[in-house]
Design a protein around this ligand. Structure first.
Ligand code: BMA
Length: 333
């Protein structure tokens, strides 16, 4: 009898860098204390007492999304879910949220002693990036739209770079959807926009459309970035994950980028849902060993799942398989 944890595609022979948790999917709409259609694409952070907090995207039966916090002592089960939405769209004061708020990312910023949440606000003009600050995930200070449509897949770096806050985001144009980085003195006014990582072209798994997945992971070697690539196929889009490394003090400089994807839809709960063939992480937590990552990802726009990875192994894989971005561009674009 197949169960939901059995991999339904044949073993590909590739060494897995991200290992699925046997309890997957760890959260679904059935766990929710109020009626929702689906829960997916959660941001993640550790609270001061070690509790894992997920800020989950919940979609209601109108198709509109809001955010709801779930807390767990071990990050796997025993979730305490807020009994009502934690952050609702507020179109009266923030008209850009008229069609909901989606896909949050959380960055704890030591200088501010606050969590900065960036999320997609779905306006009549398309999806844009909004920002809010919180100390406790109970009250939020909204800054409104910081990147106008069409823009999403955004996260703040946890510290200033050369005196400025740095935001990674994904504006989309007719020429493609690439990752950009922008800088700000105050989190409200943004400039010095620079292209950070380009979608490839042609038949590549990450052709035409890429975007940041969880916030970048700071390592001694650089910012480790998991990004998603979207492949358009005759039967729909395929969302997979790739890996790149960026310079610590000059984060628009790509040091290494892998050619292959490192994680893609394989398990039943990733292959079938409201949107088939989607793995979409928006958050991670780091274990006390400073190496083990808990990566929380939306599966098929229907559930939240967990995969574990080692920073050392991810960097080792990039050393073995990555190449310098400039050489890459010359070859393939
Ligand atoms: C992207 C985002 C995600 C979603 C994915 C697959 O464009 O909107 O929220 O999970 O599509 O539907």
């Amino acid at each position: 009898m197949p169960t939901q944890n059995i991999i339904s595609r044949p073993n590909t022979g590739f060494e897995p860098l991200l290992v699925r948790h046997p309890a997957n999917p760890i959260l679904t709409s059935k766990d929710w204390p109020y009626l929702i259609n689906s829960v997916f694409n959660a941001a993640a952070t550790l609270l001061p007492d070690g509790t894992t907090l997920l800020l989950c995207r919940c979609e209601d039966r109108r198709g509109l999304s809001h955010l709801c916090a779930a807390r767990s002592a071990n990050g796997v089960d025993g979730w305490q879910i807020d009994s009502e939405p934690t952050l609702m769209p507020s179109p009266k004061d923030y008209p850009e949220e008229i069609w909901g708020i989606e896909d949050p990312r959380i960055t704890f910023v030591p200088e501010l002693q606050q969590y900065v949440v960036t999320y997609t606000s779905y306006s009549r003009g398309g999806p844009g990036v909004s920002l809010a600050l919180t100390k406790d995930f109970r009250t939020f200070e909204r800054y409104g739209v910081i990147m106008p449509p069409d823009d999403k897949d955004s996260a703040l770096l946890p510290r200033r770079i050369n005196g400025y806050w740095a935001l990674i985001h994904r504006p989309a144009t007719n020429l493609g959807a690439h990752m950009w980085i922008s800088y700000s003195p105050d989190l409200r006014h943004w400039g010095s926009h620079r292209l950070m990582l380009e979608a490839r072209r042609g038949a590549w798994w990450d052709a035409n459309k890429i975007g940041l997945s969880p916030p970048p992971i700071e390592t001694s070697r650089g910012w480790l970035v998991l990004y998603h690539g979207v492949r358009h196929t005759p039967s729909g889009c395929l969302y997979r994950l790739g890996l790149a490394l960026f310079d610590l003090e000059n984060p628009e400089k790509c040091l290494l980028r892998g050619d292959s994807w490192i994680f893609g839809p394989e398990a039943e709960y990733e292959l079938h849902g409201d949107v088939d063939d989607v793995v979409f992480p928006c958050g991670y937590t780091m274990d006390a060993d400073g190496d083990t990552l808990n990566i929380y990802y939306g599966a098929a726009d229907c559930a939240i799942a967990l995969a574990r990875a080692s920073v050392r192994s991810l960097l080792g894989w990039l050393d073995a398989n990555g190449c310098c971005e400039r050489r890459q561009r010359a070859q393939d674009l």
